[in-house]
Design a protein around this ligand. Structure first.
Ligand SMILES: *[C@@H]1O[C@H](CO)[C@@H](O)[C@H](O)[C@H]1NC(C)=O
Ligand SMILES: *[C@@H]1O[C@H](CO)[C@@H](O)[C@H](O)[C@H]1NC(C)=O
Length: 362
């Protein structure tokens, strides 16, 4: 951990707040509180998570330096309860309890459920992700993959419901203009507003706004410090708390053409995901959905998928103007686009092979 840079003053107050308000969102045995962690392709930027690659192929009974770190990770994201006494640290043994945590993790993240630290699992673990605990959700049943926070909290306002949002005047970043940031939030909110009967309106009155947005470095007083470049990207609290925090250390981007950095993170993708938490959605196991916990750098994922829409409509009902047919159409057309891309690259490969063979036989 690095030095705690600011918010000393509010630390106690906010910790108390976070205990009071975030705990109901999470099961008793997991850490209360939100966080969005995102890991990078370029793992050198997140030293601790990068270290997990050494655990590849470890299985039950293994004793390897670093298992304890991975146990901390599983604990942080709600898969592994702390051992009986507060003081006892996790051991480096791949024990039965760790195996069950691993099985849960694989199931939740939509991975092959092997109980082993295979390459799929290790690379998913190292991918940047949302800091909100996955253990904060109801068990997933049957056909649905979306999830809610424990107690299924939602904003309870008389309809028509309008939630206000405001940007902290102090916790800001310099790499994007205020106008660019506002545009991103406007678009992200309107995506959710188009599927549920809830409207969002920006206000300049930060303190009294329902949703309060800020960019923070490291420890910022809610017991969920950010971790610098990549790792955790952002976190947001479940209803009706409204705190929406982004890691100020990220290379936030609205245009990958302009930002060439390998660790650039798409602001809109993260904002759209965090709004889901603000509204009461927990993480889903559907990889393509906005509410999936991880997001690679230089990747954009902003369109709500059927799973996201069904989840949020289970909390708020449908916007009368919304129709699933447009969504189904856009999902199938994007699948189609991906398929034709696949076909295209296969064609290119076989064409190239054909050329090589022709050359060789000539
Ligand atoms: C990697 O893991 C080893 C063994 O657990 C530890 O001693 C070392 O400090 C870790 N390195 C980083 C960069 O976290
Ligand atoms: C539905 O669309 C109408 C016309 O554009 C608009 O006035 C109304 O506010 C919309 N309803 C919701 C819940 O967004």
């Amino acid at each position: 951990m690095f030095n705690f840079s600011y918010c000393y003053f509010f630390f106690f107050f906010l910790s108390l707040f976070s205990l009071l308000f975030s705990r109901p969102c999470f099961p008793a045995r997991t850490i209360p509180g939100p966080a969005t962690v995102i890991t990078a392709e370029d793992h050198s930027h997140n030293a601790a998570w990068h270290n997990f690659s050494r655990l590849l192929h470890a299985e039950r009974g293994s004793q390897i330096n670093g298992i304890s770190e991975l146990k901390n990770y599983f604990h942080q994201f709600g898969y592994l309860p702390r051992a009986d006494t507060m003081s006892s640290d996790f051991t480096d043994t791949f024990d039965a309890q760790f195996e069950s945590a691993l099985l849960l993790y694989q199931k939740k993240l939509g991975l092959p459920v092997t109980g082993k630290l295979d390459s799929h699992t290790i690379s998913t673990i190292m991918t940047p992700r949302c800091g909100v605990s996955d253990g904060s959700s109801h068990t997933i049943h049957s056909a649905h993959h979306f999830a809610f926070f424990n107690g299924k909290p939602r904003w309870a306002r008389a309809s028509p419901m309008t939630l206000t949002y405001a940007f902290s005047p102090y916790h800001i970043i310099g790499r994007l203009s205020k106008a660019e940031i506002r545009t991103v939030f406007e678009r992200s909110f309107s995506r959710w507003a188009s599927v549920i009967p809830v409207k969002f309106r920006e206000t300049s009155r930060y303190k009294s706004a329902d949703i309060r947005i800020g960019f923070y470095h490291r420890n910022h007083g809610d017991g969920k410090p950010f971790d610098g470049v990549l790792g955790v990207l952002a976190h947001a609290f479940c209803p009706e708390n409204g705190r929406f925090h982004l890691d100020a250390a990220e290379t936030w981007s609205v245009d990958f053409e302009r930002d060439k950095s390998k660790v650039a993170v798409d602001l809109e993708s993260v904002v759209t995901h965090e709004i889901g938490h603000i509204l009461g959605l927990a993480h889903t196991s559907v990889k393509g959905a906005v509410m999936y916990p991880s997001l690679k750098p230089r990747t954009k994922k902003v369109e709500l998928k059927i799973d996201d829409v069904e989840g949020v409509q289970a909390l708020y009902g449908s916007n009368p103007n919304f129709s699933f047919s447009t969504l189904l159409h856009s999902e199938s057309s994007s699948n189609l686009a991906m398929e034709s891309q696949g076909v295209l690259s296969k064609w290119t490969v076989s064409l190239a092979l054909g050329l090589i063979i022709t050359f060789l036989s000539a």
